[in-house]
Design a protein around this ligand. Structure first.
Ligand code: NAD
Length: 500
């Protein structure tokens, strides 16, 4: 198979760009190079930003009703192209096709939320607040916004951002992950086909140089970022220093507490799906099971059995449940962390380090792995493994489980498996984590709510998509108005205005 040239999408068309730098894109299941990605230089970046600026000025003036027609058409197009998008995701990311289609479906929910913008964006009106005076508020677009996205959800995360940014009247520049960049181009074509004007949605490929160019460009008003914590911190600090509004979502270490009164079969089924689905490369993956008291032995036994039964292989094959990791470096990181845990005294209950998939010997595979009796000072507990490894930490009580979770620097998602409403209520009130599941392992909020973690999992004030997304991509105005009748006497006063 030949390699594909993967270009930018600037001002309504595919654009090879001016920059000479190229980067290989792989199929991680086979290790083959499938694409050559064009990396933007300064000239490309400037061209995209200029096109966005001009487009934003016009798009922000288009009526809400016309913008909504475009969003409804885009929704239909994404829905119709779900399988095509899923195939592109699987070929560059490695996750299984059904999981990739699920990612598209979750992204579509945000498009649907954006289609309801006339309701969500309605302003507020205080009639006759003072005698003859009304006060009202409404929101307007920011202008040009950039979205910088991670490799693990090449369709869903761009759809967490762009539909709301565009529906609210902004122009949006997407800088996708350089590891799986092709799905972004299909999204660009679908936006174009839906009637989004040239320059309103653009794709600019690149690495840290392009990101830094976006963070400091004077014509960009806001930046949405999703990725790892060190880069999220860098993005937040740099872009705010350059006067931009920023939301930067970072990494995670999600704990699921299993109480002795939980249904242990349900907990083991869901923990194993949440730890090993997408090879653990989800920001909401459960990577730590906190087993309370006597739940531990049975839980480790049941999760271990399920981990051993998972079929690993290329994501396009129908019986495969888990695909490869994204790069050889990711595979080596996971293998190293498991070895370090073993050397530090953890029990390797299921060991995926040496898994080889027949016929795919060059693929970046690691098998499901379960580590028991992990201590908080081990690298397996401290690092975000981002691979198919479930770490089990044993504690004596719910209070101790909550202390462990709250001492962790990340605060993205967490879950509790229990039969007790009281334990669940105590847990949800006391954990310092943004998204909580009760007998639900991956509590990604529905699009009508917003998504965001606490602590090192999010820098900035507003969460992503949902009502916070609308607030992030708009800014408010308040008007105080008086229309006196020509015979009215409106006395002026040197005092600070008060209401009467
Ligand atoms: P990453 O931080 O390496 O990359 C994210 C983006 O930042 C990419 O577009 C990349 O090109 C850019 N980037 C990389 N290095 C940079 C640098 N030095 N300077 C400027 N930009 C740089 O993340 P990833 O490996 O693509 O994705 C996995 C990470 O994303 C995990 O930590 C995961 O938890 C996190 N994630 C978080 C969420 C969330 O909602 N909180 C969602 C998905 C993924």
């Amino acid at each position: 198979m030949g390699t594909t040239e993967i270009t930018h999408w600037i001002n309504g068309e595919a654009d090879p760009g001016h920059g000479a730098r190229r980067q290989d894109v792989y199929n991680p299941a086979t290790g083959e190079v499938t694409g050559r990605l064009h990396l933007a230089d300064e000239q490309d970046l400037d061209k995209a930003v200029r096109a966005a600026r001009a487009a934003a000025d016009q798009w922000g003036e288009v009526s809400l009703s016309k913008r909504m027609n475009v969003m409804f058409t885009f929704r239909e197009l994404v829905h119709a192209h779900t399988q095509e998008l899923a195939q592109i995701i699987t070929s560059e990311h490695g996750k299984v096709l059904s999981d990739a289609a699920g990612e598209v479906a979750r992204g579509l929910e945000v498009v649907e939320y954006a289609c309801a913008l006339p309701q969500t964006l309605k302003g507020e009106y205080s009639d006759q607040f003072s005698t003859g005076i009304d006060v009202y508020s409404f929101r307007q677009p920011l202008g040009v916004v950039a979205g910088i996205t991670p490799f693990n959800f090449p369709v869903m995360v761009p759809l967490w951002m762009s539909p709301i940014a565009i529906a609210t009247g902004n122009a949006f520049i997407l800088k996708p992950s350089e590891r799986d960049p092709s799905a972004a181009l299909l999204l660009a074509k679908l936006y174009h086909e839906a009637g989004v004007p040239d320059g309103v949605f653009q794709v600019l490929h690149g690495d840290k140089d392009t990101v830094n160019g976006l963070l400091t460009h004077e014509s960009i008003d806001a930046v949405s970022f999703v990725g790892s914590t060190p880069i999220a911190k860098h993005v937040h600090e740099t872009a705010t220093r350059h006067g931009k509004r920023v939301q930067a979502l970072g990494g995670a270490k999600n704990h699921a507490v299993v109480m002795p009164d939980a249904d242990l079969d349900l907990a083991a089924d869901h923990l194993s799906a949440a730890a090993f689905g997408s090879a653990g490369e989800r920001c909401m993956a459960v990577s730590v099971a906190v087993a309370v008291g006597e739940a531990a032995d049975a839980l480790v036994d049941k999760v271990g059995q399920r981990a051993r039964d998972i079929t690993v292989g290329e994501g396009t094959e129908s019986d495969v449940e888990m695909g490869p990791l994204i790069t050889p470096a990711s595979k080596e990181r996971v293998q190293r962390i498991v070895t370090e845990a073993e050397q530090a005294g953890a029990a390797v209950v299921v060991d995926g380090r040496d898994l080889v998939v027949e016929g795919k010997e060059e693929g970046f595979f690691v098998g499901p792995t379960v580590l028991d009796r992990v201590q908080q000072e081990m690298s397996a507990y401290q690092e975000e493994i981002f691979g198919p490894v479930l770490v089990v930490v044993r504690v004596d009580s719910l209070e101790e489980a909550i202390r462990v979770i709250n001492a962790n620097p990340y605060g993205n998602g967490t879950a509790i498996f229990t039969g007790s409403g009281n334990a669940a209520r105590t847990f949800q009130r006391q954990v310092t984590v943004g998204m909580i599941g009760v007998n639900v392992p991956i509590p990604v909020p529905a699009a009508q709510h917003s998504f965001g973690g606490w602590k090192d999992s999010l820098f900035g004030d507003l969460h992503i998509y949902g009502p916070d997304g609308v607030r992030f991509y708009t800014r408010g105005k308040v008007v105080t108005q008086r229309w006196p009748h020509q015979n009215d006497v409106v006395a002026a006063s040197m005092n600070f205005p008060s209401h009467d």
